[in-house]
Write a protein that binds this ligand. Structure first.
Ligand SMILES: Nc1ncnc2c1ncn2[C@@H]1O[C@H](COP(=O)(O)OP(=O)(O)OP(=O)(O)O)[C@@H](O)[C@H]1O
Length: 625
């Protein structure tokens, strides 16, 4: 940094501000801001960066900046953003900033045509340029390619994923129905898997990997969507100003009068699962969205029966939420349905094809098989307390809805089948690193996933590139980065990893969130990546007890997780009586949703008290794939 030349120095709200150095100390620099001449402040040397000669000039690729540092990089993106240039390259990585409005012609057909076959860097940065590079690489290398879209909630991941799909199907499709279907499948997936959150009115609450498959002639032949970790807690509980999945509100707003009476529907504020969240948002148009969703269903080939099946189950889940329990007052300590719930029980049973009385019994008791000396023993019916019955009801709602979501994805995949595929281009759209005031199991899983992605990035971009530079004898300064393997081990190591400790807790006769938190701390006392909430920099977390939470130092920052409900959220199992009830539904559609669920291994597991299917480990296996 030269004397008198502008530098970027820290600014409390803007990140960085321009200034000039007026004095140099041992560890600090005295800076005079250009906007407040005559006033100086001290800044740590490590946080002051040289600025470009002309800070209003911008470049299409950050690599072309004279000085590449955090401040110049941010400034370049800011200057571009102010001119509606939302995309910027960093070599073959694309940075996108959400404009929150439709920039005219940015995604028009002419733009699609112009990027076709053009090398990266010959045209302005665009998501189409990345899509085309993936296509050309696939063609030349004869290898499938993947595009990873990452960023925080509301950053624009899903929109950009859709632009990639549209680009590929428009440019390299055969102009047939299948191209349209791949694009039209999104509104249906979003109806069941997206919700309004405080950050995003259309937030995807599941991760997805969309594959566009190509023939030997490199033409689009079909698609396939895999989904990960639908946020199930939302089905029964929403945070302030957030909503349940779109479909619930759309159904209430849009169904015909006839269907409304068949499904016994009324307004969302009469259902527990929908009334708690934010009901009115001027930016949401449930009726219009219902019509658009029905249009999309038609385009991808769903007939009226299939549509009704979906709606019936959604309505069944809504009614299920309205079932309430009260104590019996008898010595057995169990509970019964409240009088007002009897009608709801009837609606719910009817819509899900269940026997009303069986449903009543299954919600209020739990069947257990005793095993004596290894032999199958007697069936015992254990009455449930009100809280346990509430949990059973919610577990059933979550199980039915998430099975329905699996079905929607499977059904969507049937819309663009392919018999032979040579290669595919995959687009991974998953939630980015999340850090809220209150963080739970969902954030833990999402951040674990991002930790794995970061490792992939470290390996693929930083390590391999630097090895290549060395091999080619280029005198490029080594870039140091923090290896996050220790953090990944902390989460996924066998036996000692947080996920395994949690599974162990779930298998205990009386699992508890407190015991789980204590076990983590006692097994990782001096782990660099793990600490107790008391040591948080934020006052709000310092009130959390050691047995109520833990802090993980992730690559992107420390996150304090509150362990309440970790044990419950990690268990995907329904208790045995509920499981068999839905598996034997009179409604073929509902029965099929739960098909393959009653394998002999599962039944054996459920015969004892240790009914448990781990959500965390399922997620771990998905990552490994
Ligand atoms: N390129 C864009 N042009 C115009 N609007 C955009 C663009 N990208 C995003 N948006 C707007 O921002 C909203 C949020 O974007 P999007 O749903 O893609 O975010 P996300 O990163 O997928 O969020 P989440 O992780 O919550 O699903 C969109 O509904 C859209 O209104």
């Amino acid at each position: 940094m030269d004397d008198g030349k502008p530098v970027w120095a820290p600014h409390p709200t803007d990140g960085f501000q321009l200034g000039v150095m007026v004095d140099i100390g041992a560890d600090t620099l005295t800076i005079e801001p250009l906007s407040h001449r005559g006033k100086t402040f001290l800044a740590p040397i490590s946080q002051v960066f040289p600025a470009e000669d002309d800070v209003n000039k911008h470049v299409e690729d950050n690599c072309s900046l004279m000085y590449l540092n955090e401040a110049t990089l941010l400034n370049n993106i800011r200057v571009r953003y102010s001119k509606d240039l939302i995309y910027t390259f960093v070599a073959n990585i694309l940075i996108a900033v959400n404009p929150y409005y439709d920039i005219p012609k940015l995604y028009a057909l002419e733009a699609i045509k112009s990027y076709r076959g053009r090398s990266l860097g010959t045209l302005p940065p665009h998501v189409y340029a990345i899509a085309d590079k993936a296509y050309r690489d696939m063609k030349v290398l004869q290898m499938s390619q993947s595009i990873i879209v990452s960023g925080e909630s509301g950053a624009g991941k899903t929109e950009n994923t859709k632009f990639v799909l549209r680009y590929l199907t428009t440019s390299y499709g055969t102009g047939q129905d299948i191209d349209e279907r791949i694009v039209e499948a999104n509104p249906l997936l979003e109806a069941f898997g997206n919700a309004k959150t405080v950050r995003n009115n259309n937030s995807s609450r599941f991760g997805k990997f969309v594959e566009i498959h190509f023939s030997q002639k490199n033409e689009v032949v079909g698609g396939f969507v895999s989904h990960y970790l639908l946020e199930k807690s939302r089905i029964c509980m929403q945070s302030k100003d957030e909503r349940n999945y779109h479909i619930f509100y759309r159904l209430c707003a849009g169904v015909s009068e006839d269907l409304r009476s068949v499904l016994h529907l009324s307004s969302p504020d009469s259902f527990r699962h929908t009334k708690a969240g934010s009901l009115k948002d001027p930016l949401l148009d449930d009726l219009g969205d219902f019509k658009r969703m029905c249009g999309a269903m038609k385009k991808i080939g769903l007939d009226d029966t299939e549509k009704l099946n979906l709606f019936r189950v959604v309505a069944g889940v809504l009614h299920l939420g309205n079932i309430d329990f009260e104590e019996t007052g008898s010595t057995s300590g169990g509970c019964v349905l409240t009088n007002q719930s009897n009608q709801t029980l009837q609606h719910c049973a009817e819509l899900l094809g269940l026997d009303q009385e069986d449903l009543r019994v299954s919600l209020t008791t739990r069947v257990m098989l005793t095993t004596a000396g290894g032999a199958k023993g007697t069936v015992i019916k254990v009455p449930l307390k009100v809280e346990q019955a509430n949990n059973a009801r919610d577990a059933l709602a979550k199980a039915v809805y998430s099975r329905l979501f699996d079905h929607v994805v499977t059904r969507v995949n049937q819309c663009f089948p392919f018999t032979a595929s040579s290669n595919f281009i995959g687009v991974l759209d998953i939630a980015g690193f999340e850090y809220f005031e209150h963080n739970s199991f969902e954030q833990f899983c999402i951040n674990y996933c991002n930790e794995k992605l970061q490792q992939f990035f470290n390996e693929r971009i930083l390590k391999e590139e630097q090895e290549l530079y060395q091999k080619e004898g280029l005198g490029v300064n080594e870039v140091h980065y923090v290896d996050n393997q220790d953090c990944i081990d902390l989460i996924e190591a066998k036996l000692l990893g947080i996920l395994d400790i949690l599974d162990e807790e779930n298998r205990l006769p009386q699992p508890s969130d407190q015991h789980f938190a204590e076990a983590i701390h006692s097994k990782h006392k001096d782990h660099f990546r793990l600490t107790v909430p008391r040591k948080s920099k934020l006052a709000i977390h310092r009130n959390i007890r050691d047995d109520e939470g833990f802090i993980v130092r992730h690559f992107a920052g420390a996150v304090c997780y509150e362990t309440t409900q970790f044990v419950e959220k990690n268990n995907d199992a329904l208790h045995m009586s509920l499981e068999s009830l839905v598996c034997e539904s009179k409604d073929k559609f509902v029965r099929n949703l739960f098909e393959n669920n009653f394998s002999s291994k599962d039944s054996k597991q459920k015969a004892g008290k240790l009914s448990f299917i781990s959500v965390g480990n399922k997620f771990k296996v998905e990552h490994a794939q």
